[in-house]
Design a protein around this ligand. Structure first.
Ligand code: FRU
Length: 472
């Protein structure tokens, strides 16, 4: 049971923040030391966004999970982080695991999983309620669910609060006794206790061995279950990361027991994306994900500098044309400093770009077969290629000397025009294709002091517009 108080955290922060290494990102939320993972408890309340995340402030290992906490009004300026929850009680001694939040009586309430392992490494999971005090700190109130239901294992975690038909619900990630993944639903009763409704029935009875971090959202009259199945085998371009994050969309019945839905679709096509959480502000649904992957710590060279992982840019979600669109929220446009625009009609265009920037590309694809974007960093290159016949984009990290390598490919419908928005931070890129139809997030590790050279080369001359915004 290890923790530090918020004053010590502040001192640590100030002593570390100036020693930033060149891979520390400029506009992605991350901590200067320790390991962060899932976004937790996201909420918008009294004009501020409250953001929590899993944080081990002691080392780059998946241990001592606290809830870190920052506030923002614009997703550009953040408060100094605090520790909201520490794993110092009997019921959470091996980690204050992921969860969500809700507002009641104008007070922010958190619901999280207390992870406990006994001497034989056998696990217990408690679902716990905590509450914000007037001074901004949090107090753990009580255990609200003490045990998983019969026929499910102790892999029972990540409660997500949602409202449906005027009732409050929790959806939790779970594992059946036969070692298949699913979710369980609880409904809040008039005395505030939580009663099990049962398993949320879907047509996926055998999709992986555990479903982590479920979210239930209703967007544009469609009910959407986001979840992270573990244990899927890769299939062509699908499921190539160790664990997946995706969604199924359709209609929930009134009792919240059955979801009639379409096929499971991955949320992000990059190498480094997991455990997203979505929440609503006054007019939007916003999602943040973890830029990272469990059990792959050594793939990320920042581990040698004492810090690991980041959160994605906040993305606005929209459900239209039977598809979930994701796009960075408008506030991030305030990061734009300088704009340079080019129009070109050749088959080869190149320029130097700032180390942190946004590149908007509109490419007329009517007469081309292929187009290749190369981001050159001295001898290293990150390649994004487009194949019109297959309607596919491929991200290729094979020519980067540091970090994990490999390729990820995905489909983007693109008959006459391809629109790409590439956000380049110091060690993260996020690519949004066809105005949010597809997103891809990945880490990359350029050698110190290299300025990226941007090149786009197509098999035929093609009209294109390129806007480059320096971000910072
Ligand atoms: C997902 C996850 C959650 C768990 C948390 C622990 O990345 O494994 O299921 O609550 O991380 O940090």
């Amino acid at each position: 049971m290890k923790t530090i108080d918020n004053n010590k955290l502040k001192r640590l922060w100030h002593s570390t923040i100036n020693k930033k290494d060149t891979w520390h990102n400029a506009f992605h939320l991350e901590m200067p030391f320790g390991l962060i993972n899932d976004p937790n408890g996201l909420n918008y309340f009294q004009g501020e966004y409250h953001l929590f995340y899993q944080w081990n402030p002691f080392s780059c290992e998946h241990l001592h999970k606290h809830w870190g906490y920052v506030k923002t009004t614009d997703f550009i300026n953040y408060s100094l982080p605090q520790l909201a929850l520490a794993p110092i009680d009997e019921f959470d001694k091996n980690g204050c695991y992921s969860g969500s939040s809700y507002i009641k009586d104008n007070i922010l309430h958190l619901i999280y999983t207390g992870n406990v392992k006994d001497d034989n490494d056998s696990r217990s999971s408690y679902q716990i309620l905590a509450k914000q005090l007037p001074d901004g700190t949090f107090i753990k109130e009580k255990i609200i669910i003490a045990h998983q239901p019969e026929n499910y294992t102790a892999h029972f975690r990540d409660p997500y609060f949602f409202l449906k038909n005027n009732h409050n619900y929790l959806i939790l990630g779970a594992q059946r006794q036969n070692l298949t993944g699913c979710t369980l639903i609880y409904q809040q009763q008039s005395d505030d206790s939580w009663q099990l409704c049962g398993e949320l029935k879907t047509s996926y009875n055998n999709l992986g061995y555990m479903w982590e971090c479920p979210n239930l959202l209703t967007l544009n009259n469609t009910d959407i279950l986001l979840f992270c199945p573990q244990g899927l085998e890769s299939k062509g371009h699908q499921y190539n990361n160790l664990y997946q994050s995706g969604y199924i969309a359709g209609k929930l019945d009134d009792n919240v027991q059955n979801l009639r839905h379409g096929k499971f679709t991955e949320l992000d096509n990059g190498f480094d994306f997991y455990a997203p959480q979505a929440f609503h502000d006054d007019e939007r649904t916003i999602l943040l994900g973890w830029v990272g992957m469990p059990e792959k710590e050594t793939d990320y060279p920042t581990i040698n500098n004492g810090w690991l992982y980041s959160l994605t840019m906040p993305r606005q979600l929209e459900y239209k044309n039977n598809h979930l669109y994701q796009y960075p929220i408008d506030e991030l446009k305030k990061l734009r400093k300088k704009e340079i625009s080019y129009t070109d009609s050749s088959n080869n265009f190149s320029c130097i770009i700032p180390a942190t920037c946004e590149v908007h590309i509109e490419l007329n694809t009517a007469s081309i077969k292929t187009s290749v974007i190369t981001l050159g960093f001295n001898k290293d290159a990150l390649i994004i290629s487009y194949d019109k016949a297959a309607q596919e984009i491929c991200i290729d990290r094979s020519n980067m000397s540091l970090g994990a390598k490999g390729q990820r490919s995905f489909t983007v419908p693109s008959e006459d025009k391809l629109i790409l928005d590439l956000f380049i931070d110091k060690s993260i890129m996020e690519l949004y294709c066809q105005e949010g139809y597809a997103a891809a997030t990945w880490t990359y590790y350029p050698q110190k002091g290299t300025s990226p050279i941007f090149q786009i080369a197509s098999d035929q001359a093609a009209d294109m517009l390129i806007n480059i915004y320096e971000l910072g």
